[in-house]
Design a protein around this ligand. Structure first.
Ligand SMILES: [Zn+2]
Length: 251
């Protein structure tokens, strides 16, 4: 039997026993996968410079997997995204997006789009796109692909075009208008009308056009506060890399 190959984005790497490494990676066909890179600590040739988080690689997998665990035979580096690693804000935004892409338990028909969307975000960040604007936009797109994109078009309570003052209901996953805010399911977060328009547009635009959007600091902060609580509601916890992003965003 010959080995199988898959495009992959490395999510996490850790030591496994004396000689091996355990690698979590995202694939277009099956989403997040775990694999053992045997003797990766000694034999650097088969995995030269490949086993770093956020690298785009091609993995050669052993013909047989053991349950959910793949065996990595070798790897080829496709893109290490070197520029985004030189800027901690871009690196932090990339880490948050990669973690979310790995956490989405998406239907199998969405895995290819999730992979392509994360890959595009990494390419844009590597090419110099502003992480402040890219992060909220791509978080929304990944959430949508994962099956729980927020609803922006109409009030989640009355179904009408929402008029200010606007709120975002975390449990209802979308915008709520002022009159409905008394009966909407809490927690509610304030939603500035400008932020509402920006987020609505960010979720509608095709991903390759998202670099056109600008999120100045107040809009960015409100957007990310909403998205962070929304994701916590769905994932049951905060993304681990979110605190890294917050440190970098403040610095
Ligand atoms: Zn309403």
């Amino acid at each position: 039997m010959t080995s199988r190959q898959t495009p992959a984005i490395v999510l996490q790497v850790r030591d496994y026993g004396e000689a091996d490494r355990l690698v979590n990676f995202l694939t277009p066909d099956t989403g997040r996968v775990s694999g053992i890179a045997k003797h990766a600590k000694k034999s650097r040739r088969r995995f030269a410079n490949c086993l770093e988080p956020l690298n785009r690689v091609v993995f050669h997998l052993s013909p047989r997997a053991r349950g959910d665990l793949e065996f990595l035979q070798q790897a080829e580096l496709v893109n290490p995204f070197p520029n985004l690693r030189r800027d901690l804000r871009r690196l932090a935004a990339a880490a948050v997006l990669a973690e979310l892409a790995g956490e989405l338990s998406a239907p199998v028909e969405a895995t290819a789009a999730i992979f392509q969307t994360l890959n595009l975000a990494l390419e844009l960040l590597d090419g110099g796109a502003a992480p402040d604007s890219l992060l909220p936009s791509f978080l929304l797109h990944l959430s949508k692909l994962g099956g729980y994109g927020p609803h922006w078009e109409s009030c989640r309570q009355c179904g009408r075009e929402p008029a200010a003052p606007l709120y975002f209901s975390i449990p209802q996953g979308g915008v709520v208008c002022g009159p409905c805010s008394r009966t909407a399911i809490r927690p509610l977060l304030p939603l500035n009308p400008g932020v509402w328009k920006l987020l609505r547009l960010a979720q509608e635009l095709p991903p390759e056009k998202l670099t056109r959007l600008r999120f100045p600091p107040p809009q960015r902060d409100q957007s990310l506060a909403i998205i962070q609580k929304f994701l916590r509601h769905h994932l049951g916890r905060d993304l681990k890399s979110w605190s890294f992003w917050e440190k970098m965003a403040r610095g």
